[in-house]
Design a protein. Structure first.
Ligand code: VG1
Ligand code: CO
Length: 558
């Protein structure tokens, strides 16, 4: 086979966001659009690409298979030595991270728009991960974007054909050099990795009912996303769960029309079913398998911020942490600070990073971080460099097995020790971009005015006094790289916080995210929506959100 050089012209807007480039499928299918971006990923890595091993796969959404073929042809022409490709192009995001690490690959290309809907009229995405298995840092994504604004040509092997439906090794000769595509089982490596981390023997006895006499009553909902194949193997075959414990386990190109985002709005079917039925645990994942939602009996909701703190508290019941030790913890800035309290008690470092998993990687590589999470249903550890939905459910099952308690009792016990961070997030999706930019810049001016500090805001009989307010900036403790303007935050005297930022994962318009966090030492059994009402009113007042967006209510509340 021979490579060819194709002339092309740049496309605007190939700027990776919080987690890769995400656009409508129709944008990616424009002539040379995908080709340009893939060539820029390779070019951003310079000569290291020649002779390299890359992992390629995605969440199975519409256009994944076509994209795998394009990537293979371009990689072949650019001197990549070998690709590991998931069968049918299927690999969850955590599975790619694990494969990169286990195979000491140079990196990986992940095809997903995560929790965004799929199908011909919806979203697609491409993300590059580095040799540590984690999302490329800002320095690399900035370079990819710069290259995309000036690209003139890409290299491709037009005649390269691979059957990615068959497991096996395909060898080619390209420009006189060998090029190999190995199509691998999508789940095997990941499942083996989970077996090393958790005590599958104990979990089997707990889930199958050998320990307690009755099988665990679970409803694990893959929302027609990529986790289906992983969930069937792990929960049914390895842990002996009853067949009806898992639902929506066939990955579909359009996720069956579902919005594969595990939260109270888009996983409503799960929440309603668990609320009505007889279940000990309900769980859901997003399209690419890195997010998780955990609910208990009667659909008792575990906020992701609390989930992180509880796992931190019980880390020692997981063999991986007994073996490797417990380093520090971390959370993204908008995430409620429940885990900080566990860190304090255990004498561990706790880091606060900008939104997006890429900021955790350096700390993990430096041996300072073993567990981290985000309020956006992301939880994970240093076993890989992505958040990991199935891992989170296995962690929760380990805690349930270890304590013998229900999810609700585990949370109530946690709050009685540490106090409770009430938390909610309001999303205003698909707003007009310009007014949202104006809202953020106006609010930034307001809150960074020196007169703002010390101001008092009152609503529904509660008064909050401003302690500090800024646009969050972060200096990486390891490589000292700086990320500025990562979200507006107003912190009050009692530690309560309002955070406001624009989403970096949408494919059209703007999504405003408003995060409200309030800590109570003793009053821990209230209703979050009631407890947070005053602060929500104050946030709407300070931001003037209604005026700028024209919205009187959010599209999603969690
Ligand atoms: C959102 C979440 C963020 C998460 C990111 C990627 O980003 O808020 O916490 O890391 O999605 O998650 P944004 O910029 O839209 O707020 V996923 O599951 O898309 O890989
Ligand atoms: Co995701």
């Amino acid at each position: 086979l021979k490579s060819a050089t194709v002339q092309t012209t740049p496309y605007e807007g190939q700027k990776p966001g919080t987690s890769g480039l995400r656009k409508k499928v129709k944008v990616f299918t424009q002539k040379n659009y995908t080709e340009n971006f893939v060539q820029c990923i390779l070019d951003a890595n310079g000569s290291a690409i020649s002779g390299s091993l890359l992992v390629v796969g995605g969440d199975g959404r519409y256009y994944c298979k076509e994209a795998v073929e394009i990537i293979a042809r371009i990689c072949a022409a650019n001197g990549v030595a070998k690709l590991l490709v998931g069968q049918n192009g299927i690999l969850s995001t955590p599975a790619v991270s694990s494969l990169i690490r286990h195979n000491k690959a140079y990196g990986g290309i992940i095809l997903t728009a995560s929790h965004n809907p799929g199908g011909p009229d919806n979203d697609f995405g491409i993300k590059f991960n580095c040799s540590n298995g984690g999302p490329a840092p800002d320095g690399v994504t900035d370079k990819i974007f710069q290259l995309s604004t000036a690209i003139k040509e890409y290299k491709i092997v037009e005649d390269l054909k691979i059957d990615i439906s068959k497991i096996g090794t395909n060898c080619y000769e390209v420009d006189g050099k060998p090029f190999v595509v190995e199509v691998i089982d999508s789940v095997e490596n990941y499942v083996n990795h989970m077996k090393e981390i958790f005590d599958f023997g104990k979990l089997h006895d707990f889930v199958s009912g050998k320990k307690t006499g009755t099988p665990l009553k679970a409803r694990i909902d893959s929302m027609n996303g990529v986790t289906g194949s992983y969930v069937r193997e792990i929960f049914l075959n390895c842990l002996g769960a009853t067949p009806d414990s898992v639902v929506h386990t066939t990955p579909l190109e359009d996720f069956g029309g579902l919005h594969p985002d595990p939260n109270l709005t888009y996983a409503k079917d799960l929440v309603d079913t668990v609320a009505k039925g007889d279940y000990d645990i309900g769980a859901a994942f997003d399209g690419d398998g890195d997010r998780n939602m955990i609910i208990g009996r009667n659909a008792f909701f575990v906020t992701p911020s609390d989930s992180l703190a509880v796992i931190a508290h019980y880390l020692e019941c997981i063999p991986y942490f007994r073996k490797n030790g417990i380093q520090g913890f971390a959370r993204s800035m908008p995430t409620a600070s429940a885990v900080d309290l566990v860190g304090q008690k255990l004498g561990k470092e706790v880091f606060e990073v900008p939104t997006g998993w890429k900021y955790f990687g350096n700390l993990m590589d430096a041996g300072r971080l073993c567990l981290c999470g985000e309020e956006s249903f992301g939880t994970g550890s240093n076993h890989i460099r992505e958040k990991d939905g199935v891992w989170a459910v296995l962690a929760w099952l380990s805690i349930m097995e270890h304590t013998g308690k229900s999810i609700e009792d585990i949370l109530k016990n946690h709050w009685s020790i540490y106090g409770r961070n009430y938390f909610t997030r309001y999303d205003y999706e698909e707003c007009e971009l310009e007014p949202c930019n104006q809202m953020i810049s106006t609010m930034e001016k307001t809150i960074t005015d020196p007169a703002f500090k010390g101001r008092e805001f009152s609503s529904l009989g509660k008064t909050y006094k401003v302690k500090v307010a800024d646009n969050f900036g972060y200096t990486d403790p390891v490589d000292k790289s700086v990320a500025s303007k990562q979200g507006l935050r107003v912190v009050f005297e009692d530690g309560s916080r309002i955070v406001m930022r624009l989403s970096g994962t949408g494919s059209s318009g703007a999504t405003v995210r408003m995060y409200i966090d309030s800590y109570e030492k003793d009053n821990v059994l209230g209703k979050a929506s009631e407890m947070l009402k005053p602060l929500i009113n104050i946030a709407l007042e300070i931001s003037d959100l209604q005026k700028f967006t024209g919205r009187t209510a959010p599209t999603v509340i969690t």
